[in-house]
Write a protein that binds this ligand. Sequence first.
Ligand code: ADP
Length: 700
Amino acid sequence: MMATNVVKEGGRTKASLDLLYHISRELASALELRTVLERVIKLSLENVSGSSGSIIVLDDKENPVDSIIVVGDKVIEETTEQLRFTLDQGLAGWVRKNRQAVRVPDTDQDKRWQRGEDGKAEPKSVVCAPLMVRNQLVGVMTLTHPEVGFFTEDHLNLVQTISDQAAFAVLNARLYAETQRRAAIMTAIADSARAIGVSLQLDEVLNTILQQTTKALDVEVVSLALVEPGGKDLVFRAATGKNSKQVTGLRIGLGRGIAGWVAQEGQGTIVQDAQKDPRFLSDVDRVTGYQIRAMACAPILTQKKVIGVIEALNPIAGAFDRSDLSVLEGIGNLAGMAIEHAQLFEQMEGARRRYLDLFEDSIDPILITDLEGNIIEANRQAELLIGFDKKTLQQMNVHAVHKADYKALGKDMSRLKEGASVSYESVLQGKGSDQVNIDVYVHKISVEGADQLQWILRDITERTKLDNLREDLASMIYHDLRSPLANIVSGLDVLEMMLPKDNDPTIRSVLDIAMRSTERVQRLANSLLDTSRLEAGQQIGSPEPTQVIDLVQMALDAVAPAAQGRGVKLEAAVPKGMPRIMADAEMMRRVFINLMENAIKYSMEGMTVIVGAKRTQDYVEMWVQDEGRGIPKADQKRIFEKFARVQVGATGSTKGLGLGLAYCKLAVEGHGGKLWVESEVGKGSRFAFTIPIARTGRLQ
Ligand code: ADP
């Protein structure tokens, strides 16, 4: 053979050059790692007449990633594990450490040679050389011959030369293989990503993940477990294979079994023989009914948190390789995102369904519109109330179904758009001809990120009817009370006249009390009747030019006994020349009496109540001023409402109905005037009101 001849002839340079040329030509065309390794060994064996050879390929960290053994013409695959220990302790290890070629004439005499290290045959003569690219060790090549001392120094040099030349090719092929492997992983993950991202339905997402994993790893069974909300257990949620039903629902504690280990550690693992792994739980085998051999398991992660694990079992090829775990981990990451999205979507759907149920089942009619009032949704009650079906309503604007209160809503519903809640009473303009009174309550809501308006239209026809009925009934009662009361008053008058001159003073005082009380009841009945009339918007009965001083005098006469009883002084400060006012004298008298009775009631013994009047432009302002307990600022508006009463201190008086001031306000405003209070707690109050001057009025 060529090389042997060359050595024998001593034409070393030319022969070496020839060899190098030959090697580089042989290797240049090969990129696939296995092919390159096989060619390198075969070329070397040819040149040194060896009988068997091996190469261990190392990665950047000098860990074995691939290897090949060639015996004669035969290539033996799957040898990396087998060669790993020679790299740890054997001759190859020595070469890796010392980075130089070595020749062993008789393996029986050299401790560095591990027995059985190089396959079946028992080598005698061995050469071993590092494959170096610059300073990087790419692999170790070992050649053997059964004859003791067969390899010479020349052989060793030759092997070193071939190794130097081949190292580049091996490195290239290794990098190429890595690129290929990465590309395959990326393609598998990208394929899965495409498929997994399609659905948002959780069950569908889980199934797609299983299918993609089966396809990418070519395995018999895939199963998927999720961490329970409490974070203590893993529960299998989906599985492929004939016994998938038994697997789903299976629960294992975190940290138990291989899946539990992966979930706890947050890192994937490959187990080539599950039955031998101490972490393996054989009870899972029993449930599933098939025997698990090899197993790859990766965590399912979202935002670095483990939410589950994915398991691939029993690869069709028999064993998993390194890239399978990368693919599974990639799928685990994708699955995390997809599952999280699907779960969020499910929650959102749930909330949406609940809202829809509430919306549909609400006893109130509800309309949802856009910001312009165009109806988007209507519930059953709204259909019933308005009389149109949902489809028809969806063609309409909310302004077409009721009289909108533009003042409350703001221009172009600006108040609603600003986020205010608005409510008002209105009348429905539905399909039916009957008038339907409604309470409208409307505010802005956000539906799936879009601003909309929610209108609640409550039918208050019944309530309005009842209110009216009640008011009518009250007016009737107040009205009908008047004539019997008038009879009592005149009866008492007659009795008074019939009283003998030398009467018993007790009879006189009993009669006085009866007369005053009756007058009070009469005033109350009249005020109540006036109140309900004024509230209904009726005009003042009979306004005519009236002297203020007369009104004041009448009121003073009426309240004098009460003032006397409480030891309160009364003073009138009405200047002469006061113009007459345009008023219903009886109503005005009652206004004065109410204000004065209050002033007396809330004064202490010895205090003074002053009644005054003055002209202000076209009005006469009149007032009742006391030095009593006063009214807190916060209550000064409220006291004019019907039934409003203010409690001052724990022992504050709570007598009365809270109707007096409401009546006074209505009566004054009915006359075109104003009523207000100025007051300070502890210092007293001044109730004042204005009434227009009678146009035909002349000076007093
Ligand atoms: P009533 O006197 O029947 O309670 P009013 O409408 O006349 O009803 O008065 C409402 C409330 O206003 C009273 O309960 C009282 O708390 C307060 N108030 C009215 N007048 C005075 C006053 N002169 N001084 C202090 N508090 C007053």
